[in-house]
Design a protein around this ligand. Structure first.
Ligand code: SAH
Ligand code: CA
Length: 213
């Protein structure tokens, strides 16, 4: 489901910064050589993430769901000079490709890429974060919220992708599949948590932006 007309999406892209050469290549190669390329953030959302990161100026970033590294490189753009990003993905098959892209990027020494199940890895991370991007398995979105809230600095942000889930969040709850239910549960959990301020941006598939008070 497209939330805005393709012509408007194109117009928005034409009036937003271009992707870097490396991001263009990751976008192209992901579509040619990797399964489910729809998962890649892409031009417009990538620029939105980069702009938000520039506004937040995070020193420590956690990303859950690396895929081919596109969004990690976008959110890395706004990091402070001493910034660092930890990004986690369970898919070992993409590891070599992703490490290659990161090595070519301006952030090579600043990206700590961990392969494994985020549910298992996050509790072992000592660091506190200024920005967390949640974009892995939808079923665990409520769990990720709980896991990262403790590790988020006051004034820090969580951005969660796909929170409109192609519009399926509007379904009657009894008819929802497991993923839709989990996303709806995540959105309600955030909405009802007095520790945070939040706004749901209907950009692409929906970005929930959360600020810890
Ligand atoms: N953030 C990327 C897209 C991520 S796609 C971008 O915007 O370009 C979702 C990713 O989550 C997939 O690569 C998948 O392997 C990963 N994933 C799914 N379940 C996971 C889990 N339990 N732990 C870590 N990663 C997981
Ligand atoms: Ca996504």
């Amino acid at each position: 489901m497209d939330f805005i007309a393709p012509e408007l999406d194109q117009y928005a892209c034409l009036h937003s910064d271009e992707e870097s050469e490396l991001l263009k290549r990751i976008n192209r190669e992901t579509h040619l050589k990797v399964l489910t390329p729809r998962m890649l953030s892409g031009h417009l959302q990538g620029r939105v993430l980069a702009m938000l990161s520039h506004m937040i100026k995070p020193r420590r970033i956690l990303e859950i769901g690396t895929y081919t590294g596109y969004s990690a490189l976008c959110i890395a753009e706004g990091m402070t000079a001493d910034g660092k990003i930890i990004t986690i993905d369970i898919n070992a098959e993409l590891e070599e490709r992703v490490r290659g892209y990161f090595a070519e990027s301006p952030y090579s020494g600043k990206i700590d890429f961990r392969v494994g199940n985020a549910v298992d890895l996050i509790p072992g991370i000592e660091e506190k974060f200024d920005l967390v991007f949640i974009d892995a398995d939808k079923i665990n979105y409520p769990a990720y919220f709980d896991l990262v809230m403790d590790k988020l600095n006051t004034g820090g942000f969580i951005i969660a992708d796909n929170v409109l889930w192609s519009g399926k969040v509007l379904m009657e709850e009894e008819l929802m599949d497991k993923d839709t239910k989990a996303i709806h549960e995540f959105n309600s959990k955030v909405q009802n948590d007095s520790r945070v301020e939040n706004v749901l941006f209907p950009i692409r598939d929906g970005l929930m932006i959360v600020r810890k008070k």
